[in-house]
Design a protein around this ligand. Structure first.
Ligand code: NDP
Length: 444
């Protein structure tokens, strides 16, 4: 099957999965040329095998809430591709989770993991369980029920889950605890674990720090200094918090953060003390970003995203499709010259088209946010060696990996006029490695 026929086939066979179609379409649009240069790929029907997940587990998760009522949710694990290593990818708990979203995430993860230079395949899992408003005991019971179903399908050399939206250190701890009880082994099957039981230093920081390291690489190509640049960040979870932490330490001025209810705009910039407040608010009290505006007397905009605020750089770090065509045009009109994605697929195809047309520095999530899974890979290595590395050591490896991903993007994405199309660069580099590995291993 030719690359351009695959999307129609997927739409026919898997209708009502728009996010999955969107992710595949973005990749196919950029790898077609290199795919067609390799007739052996088509002969092996490589593209169809690469787009359709190896397997998907779906199951009912039953748990009891604090009122004694029995609740059910759906749980899933999409094992997309393990050509270059064990399946690897996060678990998402959010009311919006469905197979389309998990299939897009697992597909993206496969290319992202390929880019990291580490031996990891792609997967993603999750549940339509919403942690919002749940007690600690309810979260624990849900995590235990989820793993009671999933544990047989994961393991240190088969499939290694981690966190994502709604799944942080607390949830990973509960899931890993239950996994160990059932599997009776202690080999570190999850990443993002607590530091006391096999976690890696810098893993919580890795996605946000990694995104800023990637941004620095992009800015370097233009000779631009990050200091005093105005940055809009969306989200206020794990990725957003550590993006802001690193930006502050480099002297940039972060003026926005958000959650699913709205965003705050702080013209003075979020400083270290204010970020500490946000971390406590979000990680301990599980509060709303609106409370920041009340505490510091700044603007809060309910039900909106921050892309109409003037900035030099935008770092979307909340969720998919959070920058649409209008948002992209607003960013460009206000002088934004760089967008580096902490979230997965936060820009719609129309927004991406605007960024590429304007020839700004635009880094897609599969390159810019690969720092998280990279340090997860380093956590796996430390677990296998039964060692733990210092924060400096892990941070240096993270910097090296982000620089390497950036170099791969330059290699495959630099156009004749010198503009770097990071979307193409990341997709082609990620694709070629997986494709070669699949070809070498025969028809499976
Ligand atoms: P968290 O759950 O820690 O934080 C998510 C943030 O985004 C919260 O502020 C949340 O608000 C907001 N959010 C979630 N859904 C929506 C929505 N539908 N509309 C608006 N805001 C929303 O997740 P992470 O920080 O871990 O993940 C953020 C993004 O980064 C995701 O796209 C994830 O896939 C991606 N990513 C994460 C990695 C990681 O290591 N954690 C690695 C690579 C990518 P609220 O509190 O109101 O729910």
């Amino acid at each position: 099957m030719k690359a351009n026929e695959v999307l129609d086939m997927l739409k026919r066979r898997f209708p009502n999965e728009p996010e999955y179609h969107q992710a595949v379409s973005e990749v196919l649009g950029t790898i077609e040329d290199v795919y067609n240069e390799h007739p052996e790929f088509e002969k092996a029907n490589l593209i169809e095998r690469l787009c359709i997940p190896d397997r998907i587990f779906s199951f009912r998760v039953t748990w009891v809430d604090d009122k004694g009522q029995v609740q059910t949710n759906m749980g899933y694990r999409v094992q997309h591709n393990n050509a270059i290593g064990p399946y690897k990818g996060g678990v998402r708990f959010h009311a919006s989770v469905n197979l389309s979203i998990l299939k897009f995430l697992a597909f993206e993860q496969t290319f992202k993991n390929s880019l990291t230079t580490l031996p990891m395949g792609g997967a993603k899992g999750g549940s339509d369980f919403s942690p919002r408003g749940k007690s600690n005991a309810e979260i624990m019971r849900f995590c235990q029920a989820f793993i009671t179903e999933l544990w047989r399908h994961i393991g240190p050399d088969t499939d290694v889950p981690a966190g994502d939206i709604g799944v942080g250190g607390r949830e990973v701890g509960y899931m890993y605890g239950m996994y160990k009880k059932l599997a009776r082994e202690n080999t570190g099957t999850f990443t993002g674990k607590g530091i006391e039981f096999g976690g890696s230093l810098i893993r919580p920081e890795a996605t946000g720090y990694g995104n800023v390291y990637f941004l620095l690489q992009m800015l370097k190509t233009k000779g631009i200094d990050i200091k005093d640049k105005v940055v809009t960040v969306s989200g206020s979870g794990n990725v957003a918090q550590y993006t802001v932490e690193k930006l502050i330490s480099l002297g940039a001025k972060v003026v926005t953060m958000s959650d699913s209810d709205g965003y705050i705009y702080d013209p003075e910039g979020i400083d270290r003390e204010k970020l500490d407040y946000i971390m406590e608010l979000k990680n301990l009290y599980r509060g709303r970003i609106r409370e920041y505006a009340e505490k510091y007397g700044v603007k809060y905009v309910a039900g909106a995203r921050p892309w109409n605020e003037k900035c030099d750089i935008a770092m979307p770090s909340a969720t998919q499709n959070e920058i649409n065509g209008d948002d992209a045009r607003a960013l460009l009109a206000n002088g934004c010259f760089a967008v580096s994605e902490g979230a997965n697929m936060p820009s719609t195809p129309e927004a991406i088209e605007e960024f590429l047309k304007a020839k700004i520095l635009y880094a897609p999530g599969k390159a810019a946010n690969a720092g998280g899974v990279s340090v997860s890979g380093l956590e796996m290595t430390q677990n296998a060696q039964k060692l733990s590395w210092s924060a400096e050591e892990v941070d240096q490896k993270l910097k090296d990996i982000m620089a390497n991903i950036h170099a791969q993007c330059l290699k495959y994405g630099t156009q004749e006029d010198g503009y770097v199309n990071y979307v193409k660069g990341a997709n082609v580099a990620g694709f070629m490695k997986v494709a070669k590995a699949m070809m070498a291993q025969g028809i499976l």
